[in-house]
Write a protein that binds this ligand. Sequence first.
Ligand code: AHR
Length: 330
Amino acid sequence: MRKMRTQRAIAVLASVLLIGGVAACGNSDTGGGGSKDDGKITMGFSQVGAESGWRTANTTSIKESAAAAGIELKFDDAQQKQENQIKAIRNYIQQKVDVIAFSPVVESGWDTVLKEAKDAGIPVILTDRSVDSADKSLYKTFLGSDFVKEGKLAGEWLVEQKKGATGPVNIVELQGNTGAAPANDRKKGFGEAIAANPNLKIIASQPGDFTRAGGKQVMEQFLKANPKIDVLFAHNDDMGLGALEAITAAGKVPGKDITIITVDAVKDGMQALADGKFNFIAECSPLLGPQLMDLAKKVKAGETVPARIETEETTFTQEQAKEALPNRKY
Ligand code: AHR
């Protein structure tokens, strides 16, 4: 009798251990993320907002590519606020998604939440914009543009155009939102390039938050405060498009009285370039969705991915914009 009781006790203990073991296996299959390893991928994506034509095209690319790749997408629009992005990322951690991807509205202040994702075993992919975290193990990879190069290409074009200038060339700059990687980097690249010609001087530089309204409002202030503006460098098309209204209202001819250089090359920007209102655009591609979904699959499968993947981009003059416009996708 005692022997039978002992055998039953051993059997109960064995099944408890077995169930415990299976549960533990279930967790480890998720890489610590906690979701079922049923072959399906759930991605939590925190988008910056809907501030520009570029952003709208980027959101469309991400949503369409997720659907095409069979990835379940949880999408959140942070309305240009870092606290909203942090909240969304924490929600994704709680929901135990397989991968978190986001485009950080600003470069700094991400270490804590990125560490929370890492501790939960959820890989993070940075897309479009990067962070300034010293600990690179907090994210798997960065997919996006070389913003310094975009600013540099814009500046180099201007240096070439103004090489015969004998007096000062007054430049005003419309920056993206303060602290954003494209604002910091485009400013840097442009500044470095125009240093080649001491006649080229930035006389005013203010954030216009990457929006048309911001571009218009800040350009109005620039025009009031500065009687001689020769060049506008806008960190994106939308701010340049907003500035067009202010320039026209001030009785000046955009593209002639004021040379206008922007970044992005979205359809509306390309149209302004083809119409002679803009003079030059450095391209920044928003079509990051397909590569992002590919990376998510690789990261989920535990494959090693490159630390940084840069998008191939070009530049457009007015003539090139006329040619490219009919086939422009965004
Ligand atoms: O991060 C990319 C930038 O953000 C684009 O140049 C701009 O249009 C957008 O708002």
